[in-house]
Ligand binder design. Structure first.
Ligand code: ADP
Ligand code: FDM
Ligand code: MG
Length: 188
């Protein structure tokens, strides 16, 4: 068993695609099958940096765009040592958003004032409107061109159960595939 490491499984997608639902379900199912698995999410709002990000997202605080981008990145970096350690110990990490959201959301910020003015009641947090989310989606498609990463696309309009089964199968295959490979570097 020595040397077997966990897999890093990142769930990305636009708001309300079902990432958090599927993340919870996946970790539950993997644990029920006897695997070691932990659920993480980014932003992780409980740290000092995370609380700052959260107050920005709920619009209590305004922050300069570049500064907030770096806070999201710092929020990932502060978790890297514990993530690497868990992976090394054989714990699979299911991560609800990672650096791809970082790129997709920041790069969607060239939203025109006309589009911004059309914002509806999509949600209460920053970024929760359909024109912004459309830009985020296009940015995800662009990022998925990187074939060095093992991207799998899900049809988020399927039922929670069907998606769960698909995602669980992919997660199990991935855990097998990577178990004897050294940990790589992923940009953060
Ligand atoms: P995300 O984390 O991507 O923003 P959530 O998992 O929080 O999305 O899901 C958003 C909402 O949609 C929740 O009310 C959830 O119960 C519902 N939902 C999630 N997946 C599905 C699905 N496949 N079909 C229908 N509703 C879903
Ligand atoms: N978000 C998330 C970013 O803008 N940059 C990032 O690096 C990350 C990880 O934060 F609007 C955005 C994406 C979303 C918000 O919402 C977090 P959830 O509901 O906690 O995933
Ligand atoms: Mg969520």
């Amino acid at each position: 068993m020595a040397g077997r490491r966990g897999a890093l499984i990142v769930l990305e997608g636009v708001d309300r695609a079902g990432k958090s639902t599927q993340g919870r379900r996946l970790v539950e199912a993997l644990r029920a099958d006897g695997h070691c698995a932990d659920l993480l999410r980014f932003p992780e709002r409980t740290t000092e940096i995370g609380r700052l990000i959260s107050s920005y997202l709920v619009k209590e605080k305004n922050l300069e765009d570049h500064a907030v981008h770096l806070l999201f990145s710092a929020n990932r970096w502060e978790h890297v040592p514990s993530m690497r350690e868990k992976l090394r110990q054989g714990i699979t990490l299911v991560v609800d958003r990672y650096a791809f959201s970082g790129v997709a959301f920041t790069s969607a910020k060239d939203l025109s004032p006309e589009e911004a003015a059309e914002r509806g009641n999509f949600g209460n947090e920053r970024y929760e409107n359909s024109s912004f989310q459309e830009k985020v989606l296009q940015s995800f498609y662009h990022l998925m061109k990187d074939k060095t990463l093992n991207w799998k696309t899900m049809d988020a309009s399927k039922s929670i159960e069907d998606l769960h089964r698909e995602i669980k199968t992919i997660a199990e295959e991935t855990m097998q595939e990577v178990q004897n490979k050294p940990l790589g570097e992923l940009w953060k």
